[in-house]
Ligand binder design. Structure first.
Ligand code: HEC
Length: 148
């Protein structure tokens, strides 16, 4: 009598273990899916997260900076890449309303681009021009354009 029962317990244990492993796999996969693959992002920036992500005022401050510190001249007042200084630039300034840039990139990546600029394009570096906090505020503003 004890044999079949032992087998049943063993089978149950194996099934539970398999399900737990599957669930753990799904969790890891989901966590990885949330962070886009960004081979160009320098190692020093990889672990960065926006310290102001939950600060509601950072988005408005970021918008003011975007309008007043020169971003809008190229990227446009609507962040669509059509600012008055965009004429003739190749590549054209990034259009943040198209959704692709924000969807495919982390806050750390946006922060890196703003901080160091983009080689071979008109995108200047803002390190030393805007404070660290101001650069994150602009990231908050850009992120808020997602889904609009
Ligand atoms: C002189 C024009 C100019 C100014 C001023 C400017 N940008 Fe840019 N920006 C560009 C160009 C050109 C690119 C490159 C677009 C590309 O490579 O497709 C770019 C790229 C970027 C990117 C990376 C997007 C990508 O797809 O590569 C971010 C983020 C960005 N700009 C944010 C800003 C912010 C924030 C400011 C203000 C603090 C700013 N830019 C000011 C012209 C400008």
């Amino acid at each position: 009598m004890s044999h079949p029962r032992g087998h049943t317990l063993l089978t149950t244990a194996i099934i539970i273990t398999a399900l737990a492993a599957l669930a753990a796999g799904v969790v890891v996969w989901r966590l990885q899916a949330r962070r886009p693959v960004e081979p160009d992002l320098p190692a020093a920036y990889r672990a960065l997260e926006n310290p102001l992500a939950t600060d509601v005022s950072s988005r408005d401050n970021g918008m003011r900076l975007f309008m007043n510190k020169g971003c809008a001249a190229c990227h446009g007042a609507h962040a669509d890449g059509r600012g008055p200084a965009a004429r003739g630039l190749n590549p054209a300034p990034a259009d943040f309303t198209a959704g692709v840039i924000l969807r495919d990139h982390s806050d750390a990546w946006l922060y890196w681009r703003i901080t160091e600029g983009k080689h071979g394009t008109a995108m200047p570096r803002w390190d030393g021009v805007l404070e660290t906090k101001e650069r994150w505020e602009i990231v908050s503003f850009l992120r808020s354009l997602e889904g609009e």
